[in-house]
Design a protein around this ligand. Structure first.
Ligand code: ZN
Length: 276
């Protein structure tokens, strides 16, 4: 287990967030008014199962306990990890934390992209995609649970959104979200596709899968190989399945994330999907 995992496992996100945020803990997923933007109806949600948080409102972003501390205290990854380790009583090895600090801007870029894709799916631009999902038995609650979204095909681009969100071109390209075209400009990697965020075993968003909605090829497109994303090393759904696999010692492997999602939505919690 990496040190970052060790720190994360030693902390409970509900407790850490609860230290500074007034949480409504009546539901399985505690809610609060978002501590990072002004609002009257709570759109800040904690997911204890995956030890993650997400603001479904203006911020449209989320992450794990470390990224929460980063935002809360306005500090970088390394410092947040140190604070988290300290409260968990764990001593850090610097090499590991350096490697993780380098990955952090790419994870941030992916989190912002996930929020953007979700907003697009919910909007009028997402009507066809919502219809497609409904045809596969996936309602919007399930789509939100499974980190789905829409990469639009029109003028509104993720590239533009990343710019206004202060994500550097280097991080956006490093995460595989944008590609440089022949004229030197940047364009979105995913266009006109239903997107599915791909998380690693720790729940970090490391890449995306995109299913074509307009018949264009290829039918499925994944993030190309990046520092974070190597499809031969990722089992989709492991972040949801890990606990169950540990207790039952049985793992079921299916092919493709849509089958993995369907299995989890039907309560088969020990299912992971190969990325092909
Ligand atoms: Zn917010």
């Amino acid at each position: 287990m990496s040190q970052v995992d060790e720190v994360k496992r030693a902390l409970d996100i509900v407790q850490v967030v609860g230290e500074t945020v007034d949480l409504d803990t009546r539901s399985r997923t505690p809610k609060a008014n978002c501590p990072f933007h002004a609002e009257r109806t709570p759109s800040f949600v904690l997911f204890p199962d995956s030890q993650s948080w997400r603001c479904f409102g203006a911020c449209s972003t989320g992450g794990d306990v470390i990224s929460f501390i980063m935002k809360r205290d306005d500090i970088d990854f390394r410092e947040a990890l140190q604070r988290a380790a300290k409260s968990a009583g764990i001593e850090l090895d610097n090499r590991e934390s350096e490697r993780r600090a380098a990955a952090s801007p790419l994870i941030d870029a992916n989190e912002i992209a996930l929020g953007y894709f979700w907003t697009q799916l919910r909007s009028a631009a997402g009507n066809d995609a919502q219809e497609y999902l409904a045809g596969r038995g996936i309602d919007m609650d399930a789509a939100r649970r499974r980190d789905m979204g829409l990469a639009p095909s029109g003028m509104d681009t993720l590239t533009g959104h990343l710019k206004t969100s202060n994500i550097s071109g280097k991080a956006a390209a490093g995460a595989g979200l944008v590609v440089q075209s022949a004229d030197g400009g940047w364009r979105d990697m995913f266009k006109g596709r239903l997107t599915i965020a791909i998380r690693d075993a720790e729940g970090r968003v490391v890449g995306f899968g995109g299913r074509s909605l307009d018949g264009s090829e290829p039918k499925y497109l994944n993030t190309s190989r990046t520092e974070l994303f190597d499809k031969s090393r990722i089992l989709y759904g492991l972040n949801w399945a890990e606990k169950n696999i540990r207790s039952t010692r049985i793992v079921v492997v299916v092919e493709g994330y849509m089958d993995g999602i369907a299995a989890h939505e039907h309560g088969f919690e020990n299912v992971v999907a190969s990325m092909g």
